[in-house]
Design a protein. Structure first.
Length: 294
């Protein structure tokens, strides 16, 4: 049994809920420890990470839903990419609590939003794993594009990943950045996190568009065809088949506005399924050429 947390009130110690059992998470202090784990253990790690975050937020308060919506995505990103050399930018950062737990800040996670404690958002002075700090949404793609251009000018090879929610994607700054990234053909990965877990329920045309895109019968049929083909032919031709399916989808449905902006669009993908996320992220990492949105 792990020790109980203690609550202090007027000098009296009161026993409260015990900390969650997290034997696998206890082995992970930094992402390098995570990348040393067998891939088959990632679902258990995600489950323990979810329990740890819920327990922490129940004591400190803060953004619970946004973090819960990216548990598996956070695990997959740090497992596949070589952070902190590879840069992950969270837009606006209120969903970064799981990211903080996995990047050396677990021992301080129960100081969230407290005086002298951890910030409720990403903060550059707090960790080298936070490459960008912001107090407003919709800035991640612009920041990521700037980092990608700087990388290319200096001859670097690292990846830049911007994780942006469907709410933040409704702002014009995000589309201005995507327009520039497409024009520059910059090697940049944008993950559109349509998890319905923002500060408030998403609304407006963007949310409706994403829902139609994900649920459309034509899209679903073409996606299922792609899965069957990759099952027959194996991973060696998986990327070729995936591209063919994307082109077929574009021919039948007229494509997506993201493709019109110059992005290679992959998805939608179940962001809570590590068996789907990890292989796709590896393909994007290894074969990424130009801007990608998934």
């Amino acid at each position: 049994m792990r020790p109980y947390f203690r609550a202090y009130d007027a000098g009296k110690v009161t026993r409260v809920q015990p900390s969650p059992q997290t034997p696998l998470l206890d082995k992970v202090r930094f992402p390098a420890d995570l990348r040393a784990l067998p891939e088959g253990e990632l679902p258990q790690l995600a489950s323990e990470l979810r329990a740890e975050m819920i327990d922490a937020v129940s004591q400190t308060g803060g953004h619970l839903g946004a973090g819960l919506g990216v548990i598996e995505l956070t695990v997959a990103l740090h497992y596949v990419f070589d952070t902190p050399d590879d840069k992950i930018i969270w837009d606006v950062g209120h969903q970064a609590y799981p990211h903080k737990i996995l990047t050396g800040r677990r021992d301080r996670i129960r100081t969230l939003r407290q005086e002298h404690g951890l910030s409720g958002f990403t903060k550059r002075s707090e960790s080298e794993y936070d490459p960008f700090g912001a107090a407003h949404s919709s800035t991640s793609i612009s920041a990521g594009l700037g980092m990608a251009v700087a990388r290319d000018l200096s001859g670097g090879k690292n990846n830049v990943i911007a994780v942006i929610g469907d709410g933040a994607m409704s702002a014009g700054m995000a589309y201005e950045a995507m327009n520039n990234a497409g024009a520059l053909d910059a090697r940049l990965i944008v993950i559109l996190n349509d998890n319905d877990m923002s500060i408030a329920p998403p609304s407006g045309a963007m949310s409706a568009y994403l829902a139609r895109l994900a649920s459309g019968k034509t899209y679903s049929e073409i996606r299922d065809l792609g899965k069957k083909l990759t099952g027959y032919f194996g991973r060696r031709v998986e990327r070729t088949v995936t591209r063919a399916v994307e082109h077929a989808r574009g021919f039948v449905t007229g494509g997506t506005m993201f493709e019109e902006l110059g992005f290679y669009h992959i998805g939608p993908i179940d962001g809570h399924n590590l068996e789907h996320l990890v292989p796709v992220l590896k393909n994007v990492r290894d074969n990424g050429d130009g801007p990608v949105l998934m």
